[in-house]
Design a protein around this ligand. Sequence first.
Ligand SMILES: *Cc1c(COP(=O)(O)O)cnc(C)c1O
Length: 398
Amino acid sequence: MRGLSPVVRGPQYDSARVDGKRYLITPGPTPVPPEVVAAESAPLHHHRSPDFRTLLGETLERLQRVFETEHDVLLFTGSGTAAMESAIANLLSPGDRIVVASAGNFGERWLKLARAYGIEPVHVEHGWGERLDPDRIAAAAGEADTVAVYVTQSETSTGVVHDVESIARAVRPTGALVVVDAVSSLGGVELAVDAWGIDVAVAGAQKALMCPPGLAFASVSPRAWEQSDRATLPRHYLSWRVAAESQRKNDTAFTPAVTIVAALHKALELIEARGKDAIWAHNRRLAYGAREGVKALGLDLYGPDDETSAMVTAFLMPDGIDGQKCYSILRDRHGIVLAGGQGKLRGRIMRIGHMGFMNEFDIVTALAGLELALAELGYRSPVPGAGAARAIEVFAGG
Ligand SMILES: *Cc1c(COP(=O)(O)O)cnc(C)c1O
């Protein structure tokens, strides 16, 4: 170590702790743009007022455009899991056969939700970090009387974005409904609900849609509506029918998260102004910089090293280094919030989120902070600043 120059001698303080400076570089909740914060902070609408109904109606139309569907997109106050749960409760009856295909923590959430309603799914299990295999899923869905197949688009726990277009195409001939968890992918990578034949896609406000948490959405195809009319599992707060009857009058059945609807109205306006293609390209670019930076630090990626992993970059911790400790140092000392590993990956991997309101400097900050935290835990970057330097090289066109 070189000695400190006289310039930086003297009492030091941790800016993160003292100034509360924070860098939220996680796969959700993600940072919220200032215009969205402003929209959320406007004086509260009453949810039965004409102003709010107009806002809600416009928001629902914008949601349909993000989902790329002409059918209903239903809005629930709750986190993304509320919309996932609605896709179990509204579609199924006791004893129904469903297929859940998983390759990570969020895929497995479908199992937990189904079991909570007394449904035991056929589990097409893949290794964590693998890609879902459309043929295996279609083969399981092809067995008699399969009502629905439940999959994940962006598996946030591993960084893998699954090819739900191919999965939907493979499952279609079996007649089973295709239900997609798009909570962390909607608005961040391509998802064409109608064109791809997806019956139900669920999403949440706090990931690529750049809003605070508190709203969940479910798109419902005509086939899914027919199935929901036959289904007998209990539901009320999450009933699609109850939600749709109010929404068709630009109203909600229950008091919605009014401020988050105002935030979402603005966020969807920003997304439309940017253009989806430009957002997807931006995310792929940030992801590429993140992957290259991680590798330059001498770390191994977890999951595939290709441009489909545009939402989250997951990487393994060096031998003997606890990812949770690294996470805590980054958060508490440097104010940089990344994500650790979930479930069986806890402590073994870390994740950089790059969906929503993120740019090149978030990636550079994450990589620079990671290098400092790893150094504190005894791991040295091959060259000082290697991760940030490589990311800058990528962003400069290298
Ligand atoms: C964040 C997320 C969810 C939902 O989580 P909530 O905490 O309920 O919002 C579901 N699936 C995926 C893939 C996610 O990333």
